[in-house]
Design a protein. Structure first.
Length: 451
């Protein structure tokens, strides 16, 4: 929908030739949902890289959050020599980054030396589900609602302070508070403006419940564009916060108050753009099977909705973070909330947190929904009232359980492939091993003197 707001290759060439652009960033999204890549001098990009792409070490899809090389990944190891993978430019994603003068970014797909996709690449995982939907006659649309907590402490000082005693940008609950929003509007306004110039379509900003918590909403798009925009937004928000000597965190549960969510809205259209979720004033059977599929696979795919140890701290009764695998009409206590009618009919997956990798979460949600359509699953009765107390099955409550659910999922292996499933099981194993070896503040406070 916003593709016409991005640069073409010819426009980029002209801007480089005229000296307007001097820096081209080649970026891709890693397992953790972060933008990685290279910063290329524009004249070199034009003469040597544009026609051939560039390369980077394949360990970038086989490291932990600290960039440590870790064991267990088949695609990258000491035994295989840590070879290169190719960064293939997607020239439909050329964006101006106006907060960095003379700079554009191009997002990349990752391929092997023969041009084949790197299967565990998050963008490739989502692209596979996009093609699967297309083969069934559908285009998938999505929007992600990403919350963050803003601090008047710099990232550098937060590090030095051990992330303790940080200064929140708001001192009280500012949910929908215009006064609370105005306090942080200089930064939020610039984030919206820079994202708009980068081809995103900002809709609004609003305060949330945690101290310093806010959300900027963007217009929905096809699922791949939405995931691309999501990671661009996070990158811009963090870099601008740093410029303002502030810090933004998207982690799922940064403190004991409300966590950061990333609600994902999704719907399907026909390849011609026709509505398929609504007809004659009601939900279609296809829509109901799609919802049923997302619910039936929510346990299987929780690792992609909640990928980190911290993700599960957000799941608590009465927190607006769901615990029940249930659906309801405009019911925020359910993991799946149905909203809208007619062309606006869509389902909201409320399980993911702000730490989610959007490509993986959206791919999982789409894979689940298509599983429901292909098998004509029947939608269970609506959950009315408080889903926390409904007796509905619960989502996995920790990374151990989510890891095992993915490992044992025939649906996940059929949809994503064994290579992808095994790769992300190892991701979970690495995180669990690191956590098990850590001495936490909680242990020190309880045991340093008293035990």
């Amino acid at each position: 929908m916003a593709k016409d707001r991005l640069l073409t290759v010819e426009q980029l060439k002209q801007l480089i030739t005229e000296g307007v652009v001097d820096t081209v960033i080649a970026g891709f999204t890693d397992m953790q949902g972060r933008l990685q890549g290279k910063v290329l001098h524009a004249s070199y990009f034009l003469s040597d890289v544009l026609a051939h792409g560039t390369e980077g070490c394949n360990y970038l899809l086989a490291v932990d959050v600290d960039m440590n090389t870790v064991a267990g990944y088949k695609m990258s190891s000491w035994e295989t020599g840590y070879g290169d993978m190719r960064f293939e430019f997607d020239f439909g994603t050329i964006r101006e980054l106006v907060h960095r003068p003379g700079t554009v970014m191009i997002q990349c797909d990752l391929t092997d030396h023969h041009g084949g996709p790197i299967a565990p690449s998050p963008r490739a995982i989502l692209a596979k589900q996009v093609q699967r939907a297309k083969d069934l006659g559908f285009v998938a649309l999505a929007g992600t609602e990403l919350e963050f907590v803003l601090y008047d402490t710099t990232y550098r000082d937060a590090w030095k302070q051990g992330y303790r005693d940080l200064e929140p940008a708001n001192y009280y609950n500012v949910d929908y508070s215009l006064l609370g929003s105005d306090r942080v509007e200089p930064l939020l306004r610039e984030i919206r403006a820079v994202c708009d110039a980068a081809g995103l379509l900002p809709e609004s900003a609003k305060g949330e419940c945690n101290f310093g918590q806010h959300e900027i909403a963007f217009k929905y798009d096809d699922v791949l564009t939405t995931a691309d925009n999501h990671v661009i937004y996070k990158h811009i928000a963090k870099t601008l916060a740093n410029d303002y000597e502030q810090a933004i965190t998207f982690m799922a549960k940064p403190n004991q108050r409300e966590g950061n969510s990333c609600h994902i809205h999704m719907s399907l259209r026909s390849l011609d753009g026709d509505i398929v979720f609504w007809k004659d004033g009601q939900r279609t059977p296809l829509y109901e099977s799609f919802i049923a599929g997302v619910l039936a696979t929510m346990n299987d795919f929780t690792l992609f909705y909640a990928p980190n140890i911290n993700s599960y701290k957000r799941f608590a009764k009465g927190s607006f973070a769901p615990t029940a695998i249930a659906w309801g009409l405009d019911n925020r206590t359910c993991s799946v909330r149905l909203v809208g009618e007619g062309p606006a009919a869509r389902m909201e997956n409320r399980l993911p947190g702000g730490d989610v990798n959007p490509y993986l979460a959206v791919a999982a949600m789409l894979a689940g929904g298509l599983h429901g359509i292909e098998n004509q699953l029947t939608l269970e009765p609506e959950t009315r009232g408080n889903a926390y107390e409904s007796g509905a099955p619960s989502v996995p409550t920790n990374l151990y359980a989510a890891r095992d659910a993915l490992a044992n999922s025939a649906v996940a292996r059929a949809a994503l492939g064994d290579e992808v499933v095994e790769h992300y099981l190892n991701y979970a194993d690495v995180e669990l091993s690191a956590f098990e070896a850590s001495v936490t503040d909680w242990e020190l406070v309880r045991g340093f003197e008293r035990l």
